[in-house]
Design a protein around this ligand. Structure first.
Ligand code: AMP
Ligand code: MG
Length: 324
């Protein structure tokens, strides 16, 4: 006989997204502490307000280095390293282009090509000078801007997971607007059931359900933020080589991993690589797995060791990994 467990949901809107915390106890003070922690972390990384540590680096671009706290310095160093990987489409200095495109915000339309070319010239990650001795970061060209929007939520989700563990919470789920982190699982089942959104459909429409225990599940999809112009879809993941949205066979990439920061990094990286190259890239990383959803309505796993998947939408089909 299974005992029905009561779940308690706590929600807030932060970082421009709905944040959801699910616990198995009625503990409002814990929920408040979690939301406070998220707010504190957001205040370090945001580029959507005038003041944050990252903004102070951007405001000093071309002028002087800025000394940072250990977490911000470390995340910038990691973001720079990922940006410098061969053929990486992740670029921590994509900021000026993100601001110019304004995708998903009022006034978003395709910028003139010459403006994109000008801004591309100030998105070179090698121009981010990090100094380990002083823990400072210097952007060498005026106008350069770091944007950690692709990975800050992953980093913060990991901090929430650590905090909940410290508080001896065994079962919980945090959803930071697309970045889901889980502790334990729901009793008498495989774990937590996490919906994989159906692209360009109703908010609650699902392609399928992913079941995990003690894992992060991060999805990056082109349907999350986009605008249409002359019948073309312009979405929020930009190709640092061209300055335009990345264009390939994918609608979304989901990463299942232990660290949500890895999930966030690899969703962007693999989005740029596509199914074949992306899966090959994960071959020697058994703890990191991807679920690709393609424009042809295929759902493809790089491997399947750490999760169960139930397909719900018959418009989509599970397909084997194509051979390179
Ligand atoms: P996510 O929601 O995790 O997929 O991240 C999307 C956000 O990452 C965008 O809204 C931008 O702020 C930022 N971004 C867009 N293109 C890139 C890129 N090529 N490299 C790094 N960050 C990006
Ligand atoms: Mg991301």
């Amino acid at each position: 006989m299974s005992v029905e467990q009561r779940v308690y949901h706590y929600s807030a809107v932060m970082m421009g997204s709905p944040i959801l915390l699910t616990l198995f106890e009625n503990n409002e003070s814990l929920a408040r502490d979690v939301f406070r922690l998220i707010k504190q972390q957001e205040n370090l990384f945001t580029v959507n307000r005038a003041h944050s540590e990252v903004m102070s680096v951007n405001q000093a671009a071309g002028v002087h280095p800025v000394v940072l706290s250990a977490p911000v310095f470390s995340l910038i160093c990691q973001a720079k390293a990922v940006s410098l990987l061969a053929n990486s489409c992740f670029n921590l200095t994509i900021g000026p282009l993100v601001k110019r495109w304004k995708i998903g915000f009022q006034g978003d339309r395709v910028p003139p090509a010459d403006e994109i070319a000008t801004l591309l010239a100030i998105t070179d990650p090698r121009q981010v000078v990090v100094d380990v001795d002083t823990q400072s970061v210097f952007l060498t060209q005026p106008g350069m801007e770091i944007d950690l929007g692709a990975i800050a939520k992953g980093y913060i989700a990991d901090r929430v997971r650590d905090y909940l563990r410290q508080q001896q919470v065994e079962n919980a789920l945090i959803n930071l607007g697309g970045n889901v982190h889980t502790l334990g699982g729901v009793q008498a089942s495989n774990g937590w059931a996490i919906g994989l959104k159906k692209p360009f459909a109703a908010a609650d429409a699902l392609v399928g359900v992913i079941e995990v225990r003690d894992k992060s599940v991060v999805t990056s999809g082109i349907y999350e933020r986009y605008f249409m112009q002359q019948g073309r879809c312009y979405h929020h993941i930009l190709d640092p080589k061209t300055g335009y949205p990345l264009d390939n066979e994918l609608l979304s990439v989901t990463i299942i991993s232990d660290r949500s920061l890895d999930g966030d990094i690899y969703t962007t990286l693999l989005y740029g690589m596509g199914v074949v190259q992306g899966s090959a890239y994960l071959a020697d990383k058994p703890d990191i797995e991807a679920i690709f959803v393609t424009r042809d309505r295929e759902v493809i796993f790089s491997s399947q060791r750490q999760f169960a998947f139930q397909l719900l939408d018959t418009d989509y089909r599970l397909s084997p990994l194509p051979q390179a």
